[in-house]
Each structure stands twice: as structure tokens, then as C-alpha cells.
Ligand binder design. Structure first.
Ligand SMILES: CC(C)(COP(=O)(O)OP(=O)(O)OC[C@H]1O[C@@H](n2cnc3c(N)ncnc32)[C@H](O)[C@@H]1OP(=O)(O)O)[C@@H](O)C(=O)NCCC(=O)NCCS
Length: 172
């Protein structure tokens, strides 16, 4: 799998460069990218962020600086109403309206979460594992389920202190 036309900051760690698909994106300093990750054209990863294995960051996704963790197998989306490409129609004519998603500073997304199109995951919010987040997630909210609903708050009385400690304490 290739790494093509990627704007890398300093000290970015791609743990298995032969097992990723990164193209046309920007990855901020100190970020760490696991194996089998795809980061598509036009997406931006802040500094430093962690993206775990098997995650798809599609076109138009922005992770602000210090997104604490995008865990394993997280799937972002950018096409609300996907339609199969038709070979008789030109690539330009097939262009679809991509909806951008932003993940704010300090947020975390648990394993196997799916993130809907055109939404904002607020600062220090937590999207729990297996959730399907289809609406904006307020700052410091902890959301879970399908569709994801607020189950707690990650603040002074954080619902998920261990998650934050684990991620912040990591060095590799
Ligand atoms: C969000 C999270 C931190 C919440 O943990 P917590 O504060 O211990 O929450 P609790 O386990 O007390 O759950 C509170 C309620 O939400 C529900 N809930 C928690 N996580 C859920 C999930 N992923 N999906 C659906 N419901 C969930 C619980 O069943 C519980 O409901 P109840 O009160 O009816 O029993 C945790 O569920 C999570 O997803 N962590 C991320 C794990 C992960 O992906 N790590 C990545 C690296 S391995």
C-alpha cells in the first residue's frame, strides 16, 4: 500500500509504512499511525494525534491538534447518500457533495465507532466503542449506542477517567 503526496510534520511515526494507505493528506508533528490505516486526500490530522490500526479517515475529515485517540477500526464517512459509480458517466459528473467532519481537540473515539457525515465531535468528547454517531457530539459529552446518545460527561467528574489516563500516559 502506498504513501503518496503526504505532508508529514516532524517525528510522525507510521508503525508499518508498508501496511498503510496515506495519500494527499497532512499529518501533524508527533502523530502516530497504526497499521492498515487509510487516510484519504484532503484530510488533515493535527499534532500530535493517535490513529490506531484499521481506521479509515476519509476525504474532508479534520482532526484538530491533540485528538487523544482514534481507536481501532473507526470509520468516518463523507457521503450521506452513496450511489454506486456508473461507468458510462464521467468521473466529474459523478462528483458527490462531500460533507466534512471535524474532531475537536482532546476528543477520543472508541474502537469500531462509525462517524456520520458532516458532524462535529466536540472538545474532550468521547464516542464509545461500537457507537454510530450521526449528530454533533457536544464538548465533553460521552456518547454511546446506535444512534449515539449522551450517557455521561468527561469533565471534572469524567465518566471515562481511565480512558484519558491510558491515552495521555502512553508513549508508544
Ligand atoms: C465510553 C466508555 C469510556 C464508558 O465507560 P464507563 O464510563 O465505564 O461507562 P459504563 O460502563 O458505566 O456505562 C454506562 C452506561 O452506558 C452503557 N454503555 C457504555 N458503553 C457503551 C457502548 N459502547 N455502547 C452502548 N452502551 C454503552 C452501559 O451499558 C451503561 O448502561 P447502563 O447504565 O444501562 O448499564 C466506554 O464504554 C468505552 O467505549 N470506552 C472506549 C473503549 C475503546 O474503544 N478503547 C480503545 C482502545 S482498546
Amino acid at each position: 500500500m502506498p504513501i503518496i503526496d503526504v505532508d508529514f510534520g516532524d517525528d510522525v511515526v507510521v508503525s508499518h509504512p508498508d501496511l498503510v494507505n496515506l495519500y494527499g493528506c497532512a499529518i501533524g508533528s508527533g502523530s502516530r499511525i497504526g497499521p492498515f490505516v487509510e487516510i484519504q486526500r484532503g484530510s488533515r490530522i493535527g499534532r500530535p494525534c493517535k490513529i490506531s490500526s484499521h481506521t479509515l479517515i476519509c476525504e474532508g475529515v479534520v482532526l484538530e491538534d491533540e485528538v487523544l485517540m482514534i481507536a481501532h477500526g473507526v470509520v468516518f464517512t463523507n457521503d450521506r447518500m452513496p450511489r454506486a459509480a456508473r461507468p458510462e458517466v464521467s468521473r466529474e459528473a459523478q462528483a458527490w457533495p462531500r460533507e466534512a467532519t471535524v474532531v475537536r481537540r482532546g476528543a477520543s473515539i472508541g474502537s469500531s465507532a462509525t462517524i456520520g457525515c458532516g458532524i462535529e465531535i466536540g472538545t474532550f468528547a468521547v464516542v464509545s466503542c461500537g457507537s454510530v454517531a450521526m449528530r454533533d457530539v457536544p464538548a465533553r459529552a460521552v456518547v454511546a449506542g446506535v444512534p449515539a446518545c449522551v450517557i455521561g460527561h468527561a469533565g471534572a467528574n469524567a465518566t471515562a477517567p481511565r480512558l484519558f489516563e491510558t491515552v495521555l500516559g502512553e508513549t508508544s
